[in-house]
Design a protein around this ligand. Structure first.
Ligand code: ZN
Length: 245
C-alpha cells in the first residue's frame, strides 16, 4: 500500500493543487492529512472541498478547531488569531460541519495519525521530552512498533525509538524504516513551510518495502500571496511564505 501523507495545508489552494498534481504521478493508493486544512491563507472553503472530493482521510488540527468555533483561539499568537477570525467569517456551513466532524486521531494499519501530539492537538513535538511522551503513548496504544505521523510544527522531522533510546534522522529524500523501531515522522507543511525552504512539502510511505520518500515542490506562491493581500489578511502572512518561515 502506498500512502501520501500531507499536513498543514492552511487554506493554500495553489500549494495543495500543486501537491495533488504531483501525487497523481506517484501511484499512491490513498492520501491522508494530519490536520490544519484552514488558517493563515485565503482559500479555506476551496481546500476543504478538495479534501472532501478527493476522499482524503483527515484528522483535526488546532486551526480547524478554532476556525470552526469548537474552541476560542485564546492561546494563538496575534497573527494566527487574526487569520482564524477571518477564516470563521468565510467558512460555509458545509465547511464548518466538515471540520467539526473530524476525529482528533486515527489508527490506520501500521500507522497512527494526529496533529500536534497524541491526545493534544496544540502541543508541538519539538524537544526530547515531547518525543519521549509521544513514543510512550504510541507504545501504549499499539503493542508492535508503529509509525506516528504528525504535523503542527511545519518542519520535516524523523525521530526513531528503540528500547527507550531516541534518535533523530535527517528528513532527506529516502528513508528505510527498520522493523524493530518506532517512528514519529512529520512530512512538513503543504501550505506554510517553516524550515527556510518555501516549497510545499509532503511524503509517500510504502508499507511493502517500509520506505518513506520526502518531496518538496514549487507552486504559484505569488498568486497565493496576492490572494492574502486582496482578502485583507495580515500582509506578514504573505511575506512569510516567501521566506519559508
Ligand atoms: Zn499548522
Amino acid at each position: 500500500m502506498r500512502t501520501a501523507v500531507i499536513a498543514d495545508i492552511h487554506a493554500n489552494l495553489e500549494a495543495l493543487t500543486a501537491v495533488l498534481n504531483r501525487i497523481r504521478t506517484l501511484q499512491v493508493d490513498e492520501i491522508v492529512c494530519l490536520g490544519d486544512v484552514v488558517g493563515y491563507n485565503a482559500n479555506p472553503n476551496e481546500c476543504i472541498d478538495i479534501v472532501r472530493s478527493e476522499k482524503i482521510l483527515c484528522v483535526l488540527g488546532n486551526h480547524d478547531v478554532a476556525a470552526s468555533g469548537l474552541e476560542e483561539p485564546d492561546t494563538f499568537n496575534p497573527l494566527a488569531r487574526a487569520a482564524v477570525l477571518w477564516t470563521r467569517e468565510q467558512l460555509t456551513g458545509e465547511s464548518r460541519k466538515f471540520l467539526i466532524n473530524l476525529q482528533r486521531e486515527l489508527s490506520v494499519r501500521d500507522f497512527y495519525l494526529f496533529h500536534g501530539s497524541i491526545h493534544d492537538t496544540d502541543r508541538y513535538i519539538l524537544y526530547r521530552d515531547d518525543a519521549v511522551d509521544n513514543f510512550r503513548e504510541l507504545a501504549r496504544l499499539r503493542q508492535s512498533p508503529v509509525i506516528g505521523f504528525f504535523g503542527h510544527s511545519h518542519v520535516m522531522t524523523v525521530l526513531s525509538e528503540q528500547n527507550g533510546i531516541i534518535a533523530t534522522s535527517l528528513a532527506h529524500e529516502d528513508l528505510f524504516l527498520q522493523q524493530s523501531k518506532r517512528y514519529l515522522i512529520n512530512p512538513g507543511s503543504v501550505g506554510q513551510p517553516r524550515d527556510g525552504d518555501p516549497r510545499a512539502a509532503f511524503l509517500v510511505y510504502d508499507d511493502r518495502d517500509r520506505n518513506v520518500t520526502f518531496y518538496r515542490i514549487e507552486y504559484d506562491l505569488r498568486r497565493c500571496q496576492e490572494k492574502i493581500i486582496n482578502a485583507g489578511l495580515p500582509p506578514r502572512l504573505a511575506e512569510r511564505l516567501a521566506w519559508g518561515r
